[in-house]
Design a protein around this ligand. Sequence first.
Ligand SMILES: CC(C)(O)[C@@H](O)C(=O)O
Ligand SMILES: [Mg+2]
Length: 558
Amino acid sequence: MRSDTVTKGKQQAPHRSLMNALGMTKEEMERPLVGIVSSYNEIVPGHMNLDKIVNAVKQGVAMAGGTPIVFPAIAVCDGIAMGHIGMKYSLVTRDLIADSTEAMALAHQFDALVMVPNCDKNVPGLLMAAARINIPTIFVSGGPMLAGRVGGAKRSLSSIFEAVGANAAGTLSDEGLLEFENKVCPTCGSCSGMYTANSMNCLTEVLGMGLRGNGTIPAVYSERIRLAKHAGMKVMELWEKNICPRDIMTEKAVLNALTVDMALGCSTNSMLHLPAIAHEIGMDFEIDFANGISERTPNLCHLAPAGPTHMEDLNEAGGVYAVMNELNKLGLLHTDCMTVTGKTVGENIKDAVNLNPEVIRPVENPYSKTGGLAVLKGNLAPDGSVVKRSAVVPEMQVHEGPARVFDCEEDAIEAIKGGKIVAGDVVVIRYEGPKGGPGMREMLNPTSAIAGMGLGSSVALITDGRFSGASRGASIGHVSPEAAVGGPIALVEEGDIIRINIPEYRLELDVSEEELARRKEQWKPRSPKVKTGYLARYAALVTSGNRGAILEVPGTGK
Ligand SMILES: CC(C)(O)[C@@H](O)C(=O)O
Ligand SMILES: [Mg+2]
């Protein structure tokens, strides 16, 4: 066993004495040591129940003959971090979570791992760590929040952000806003739409790293406790068979995840996290892969913010496996991939029935023939940009309008709320990229203000930052290269015409090559917004959005 390094032999007497200090018995030391990575804390609603999940995992591991040992991972609530300096500290935690888990797992020589994440950065951060450490590992998340009820309709986090915009526009009273505030987040769990956390928890199931229901069983259901116990038992089976993450998260599994992403209508952040996970398994991942997959994959789900359904509805309808089974009818999945069930994808999904054709449209009757995401390229984004096209109204799929340029999120918000943005405008928010932000903030306040003020069908937003899964509208993010490194987005001037053509995957600035070359000559890099601490170190190492904002070892290109 890997843990023999710390438990067996005379040289290990000091190690065993320290384990004695933990209260660990000889019998416990002789069993496989299973690290349980707990993302529990008291500030993230999606994580406040993870102590219960972790306890259930411990019981499962112990029942199956392992010794469970808990250690922590940090976690940020993107909702609470939204719209201020806190959001610069969100994406950057993904890599802290991956790196710190690598450090803990290898420092203590665990035999296997159970990852217990839930919200936006913990799921991808721990998937990256799992691929990197590559010892038998299973995931069990905390589960989604139930939807709230406002005026008889199911509502969630995107509606409260948009309610703020409606209130600013005078179409929603202060009492109305307060009602949203009090009702949209009724339980613990990851916010109830197909936002980033739930996107990544569902894709964990597709990647084969979580058991059935990992993405959709609500946080407050006792079924989730049972799922956690099963995950604890299952990791011991994976250990016995030595099935490791890189046997499961193969290139084909990543392509399956991208495919199901298209059908579910996942968050644009999946297009940062999948390339980063792919990087950990040594896969070359060009983001425009996504378009080929998007072309042939129908969009089957319109969960919030794209439509009125929520994670609890997807769960009732049969969950992720039912969506996969639909896609399998078109032969779109690699069914031979191994999973943590010890079975292949094909074996896992064969009996999954779609129980609600309104929540999961059958492949014969999709919301659209093409998938949820698209990658746009052109002279404004030579290395690519990402849009959730399933959340863009038909009249904005092709749009042309004057650039309204802002060098940070706060300035854009002020202009939108101050009524300075009008129908037709293309709002450009730059110097918010991975290096420039630093930390590539989510622009949920600007997109919600646009939607809430009734401009969602006439105004587009382009940024080298990123979006929340709760953002909707013609919101094009991850524009690469970013402004801070002199990407063309830095050269846009107020009033330049920008052309967006989603069906043709184009994003163009209507300025001649000569003029752009002239502007480039004059462009000078700005002094970094943050000069000390983790953000400064992060900015020095981070790559661009199209590469998943991975951290590169300087000089290696890796
Ligand atoms: C706050 C949210 C909903 O988690 C957002 O940050 C997202 O990415 O979906
Ligand atoms: Mg987020």
